[in-house]
Design a protein around this ligand. Structure first.
Ligand code: ADP
Ligand code: ADP
Length: 247
């Protein structure tokens, strides 16, 4: 009864995008490239009134602006590798000091290595939940080769699974969509290999923290990412609402 009442209060607070008074809802979205992290990030951020922190979007903005960081990152991104931990950790640490992160945030595409995950724990950044979206490699190539992105906002579409209202243009701005340079089949295969070699281990890392009852261990939530976009959204949101009530 108390829990239900509490949930209702939180829904109200979040729908108004006002403070989550205890700062709850620091989240990580894990999963291979193309799992649907960016797609689901939109729903989760809107629901809880928290900003999406996508290291991929931050890097692409630096590439587009032609900064020194962008120049360094572009070759690595095009090859399907990972930008260095030091650069990424620095970017994220700086980003989470901004005022919009005071009441929570959602990391999308970060951390991607053990070093990045450990750096956050060492910096005392506690995470409430890690949502892992599981999708087999076979589905990934189809998802990424059909992905179309709006560079200005990070909104993503799929030519078949989630098409824009008008082919080739963003629903909100009417600007043209792009097929990202790294969403070509050979780079997709490299990115998947990078994921299995360096990022997949994070599921075990967070699972172990939780299993050992480590202080500040986030709750690990696994979601079946092969469902429809709405199915994934409903499953993830219902699990996260339970966390919001208990924290
Ligand atoms: P990520 O951020 O994990 O790389 P995206 O959210 O960009 O993944 O999704 C990759 C592609 O797959 C996009 O074209 C998106 O529209 C599509 N997509 C996302 N979720 C699903 C789903 N559940 N079913 C089918 N296609 C999906
Ligand atoms: P996706 O979710 O489709 O794999 P992202 O947009 O998250 O793509 O990332 C695109 C590229 O940016 C990655 O392939 C990688 O080169 C670089 N990148 C993004 N986030 C990180 C990170 N946390 N650590 C290292 N490199 C990153």
């Amino acid at each position: 009864m108390v829990g239900i009442e509490c949930a209702r209060v939180r829904v109200h607070i979040n729908a108004d995008h006002r403070d989550l008074e205890d700062g709850c809802m620091r989240l990580i979205l894990l999963g291979p490239p193309g799992a649907g992290k960016g797609t689901q990030a939109r729903f989760i951020c809107e629901r809880f009134g928290i900003p999406q922190i996508s290291t991929g979007d931050m890097l692409r903005a630096a590439v587009a602006a032609g900064t020194e960081l962008g120049k360094q990152a572009k070759a690595v991104m095009d090859a399907g590798g990972l930008v260095s931990d030091d650069i990424i950790i620095g970017l994220v640490k700086e980003r989470i000091t901004q005022p919009d992160c005071a009441t929570g945030f959602l990391f999308d595409g970060f951390p991607r290595t053990l070093a990045q995950a450990e750096a956050m724990r060492e910096a005392g950044v506690s995470i409430d939940a890690v949502v892992e979206i599981a999708v087999p490699d076979d589905d990934i190539v189809m998802r990424l080769s059909g992905r179309r992105s709006h560079p200005g906002s990070g909104r993503v579409y799929h030519v078949t699974f989630n098409p824009p209202k008008v082919e080739g243009v963003d629903d909100v701005t009417g600007e043209p969509l792009v097929h990202r340079d790294d969403d070509r089949e050979d780079t997709i295969r490299n990115r998947l290999a990078t994921y299995h070699a360096q990022t997949e281990v994070l599921t075990e890392f967070y699972g172990d923290l939780e299993a050992k009852g480590t202080a500040d261990a986030p709750k690990l939530i696994k979601v079946d990412g092969t469902q429809s976009i709405d199915g994934v959204r409903d499953e993830a949101l219902s699990e996260l609402e339970r966390i919001a009530v208990s924290c």
